[in-house]
Design a binder for this molecule. Sequence first.
Ligand code: LLP
Length: 437
Amino acid sequence: MGQGVLSPAAPVGATAEERAALLEDAGLVRHGGALVLDGIPLAEIAATVGTPTYVYSAAVIRRRYAELDAALAPVPHRIAFAVKANSSRAVLRVFRDLGAGADIVSGGEMRRALMAGFPADRIVFSGVGKTDAELDDAVAAGVGHVHLESTTELDSLAAAAARHRRTVRVGIRVNPDITADTHPYISTGQGGIKFGVPFDQVLPLAREVAQNEWLELDTIAMHLGSQLLQSAPYQKGVARLLDLVAELERAGIDSVTALDIGGGLGIRYRSETPLAPADLARVVLPQLAASGKTVVMEPGRYLAGPAGVLLTTVLARKHSGGKEFVIVDAGMNDLVRPSHYQAYHDIVEVEESGRPQHTVDVVGPVCETGDFLALDRPLPVVEGGEHLAVLGAGAYGFVMSSNYNSRPRAAEVMVDGGSYTIARRRETFDDLIRGEE
Ligand code: LLP
């Protein structure tokens, strides 16, 4: 289990030091008690846009991208943002302007990436099950890399490439059979799960790719899992990928120029020591540099997670069965991570009240007992109408939201250069029933 974040709902909150680190990661400062992002008081956004609202910081995204880019600087490298973590086009445009690529897993994500202006050749199409139509669209759009996960997919991609008379660069996503220390739902590198091509099947698949006139095998890829806090699994995985490349070369397949070591870098949600890009680089770059291959990473959470907060308003308080409940207007349909993974997200007052703390469950309005943002959490006494900010919500937040209970999805706001824009207006009832008879 990854420390803290994904362990069962934590009975305690962040310490003062942890809280300070979390606010710093998020680019947030307190001015006279008010929580401020890039010069904008979050209370102002809550007042004008309403709640629940996701608020993203372009500055934080840029800072994190620069840190990863600098860590990988000693080797030729590419960074493709995992669009699944946050597919808001306003967020994607920040990555496009940084020169990042986009790692996509569906036709929908491809269209978002193209609309956001990513050059097609900087898009990497990963994912465990791609439809014929999605592969055809990807070839037609000139997507830079398609990462294969099965022979069936190879046949479908080869047919699309022949149809369009286009050469397609292909990667094979390998299952490195490494169990990473994280929540079982997001550990993706061990054997016996649906992801990746098992080692013993890679060579035959690579041969088929190599023999196809429209396909060019240029990447061997892995993704170990998400919210990883240790470098050891990467080190092991890289060694396995390099062994595999050597095996392919011995078999006469020498077209591989890039190694994609996946995403997965963990972040601080409470007490974690995040895996700093520099620490990862120190461990894996020597092996990789010696290979002369281009290094590809496809992180989502690391780049976007700390860059987003979810603003919510206190609706009511309740004392029941010896417990205190703070009922807020953001529910599991807005941020599912606490109820789905028992994930810890720190929650802070938007305006510091100085009131005494008590231990509460912060719960949403959805009709499920599992609808909570925090359990047994120390929080200052809050009153109806006051605002709270849920931290670490920039990755796997809005993208995993739903309309459960016929709740319109939240608004999204981008803060950049001291001003903010609405990146996505709040859904309306008409949005909810669109397409229904
Ligand atoms: N590449 C591949 C092939 C992936 O499957 C993923 C994430 C990533 C990259 C990006 O991983 P990251 O750098 O963000 O860890 N909904 C879960 C996380 C699911 C991750 C799925 N795959 C959560 O809220 O924790």
